[in-house]
Design a protein around this ligand. Structure first.
Ligand code: FES
Ligand code: FES
Length: 144
């Protein structure tokens, strides 16, 4: 089996994977980073969103082997020095979650949106940009 090496949340990691192993499986099953969720098998829900080389991707449709050498950030890696990331604080303060299943993916996508489009976003833009993330609790209003 091939070995993949990557940086995950600032730490160098490596492991043996099958060619078909998905990035989300590597994160959850090999590294125990279960904050990244799997909500579908059709690349629709966005619960599996992580950042690879600074960009949001769906880790359920990305091969672990394709991320060899990459810099990966998961929901576990965004708080710094015991302080929540501002986007985590925002979700907390605005009650942007109900059951919380979609929340890690929502937060990783939301950070990506701000990184790409800046902080001054109107509601239509946010709703459009979050189309790849589904909240089964329909908590969209507070998330936006
Ligand atoms: Fe990846 Fe649903 S688990 S999009
Ligand atoms: Fe339950 Fe979004 S908070 S799926």
């Amino acid at each position: 089996m091939p070995t993949v090496s990557m940086k995950v949340n600032g730490k160098a990691v490596s492991g043996e994977v099958e060619g078909r192993t998905l990035l989300v499986e590597f994160l959850r099953d090999h590294l125990g980073l279960t904050g990244t969720h799997v909500g579908c098998d059709t690349s629709q829900c966005g619960a599996c969103t992580v950042h690879v080389n600074g960009k949001a991707i769906k880790s359920c449709t990305t091969l672990a082997a394709a991320c060899d050498g990459a810099d990966v950030t998961t929901i576990e890696g965004i708080a710094k020095n015991g302080k929540l990331h501002p986007m985590q604080t925002a979700f907390n303060e605005e009650h942007g979650l109900q059951c919380g299943f979609c929340t890690p993916g929502m937060i990783m996508s939301a950070i990506d949106i701000v990184n790409r489009k800046g902080k001054k976003l109107d509601e239509d833009t946010i709703r459009h940009e979050l189309e790849g993330n589904i909240c089964r609790c329909t908590g969209y209003h507070n998330i936006v």
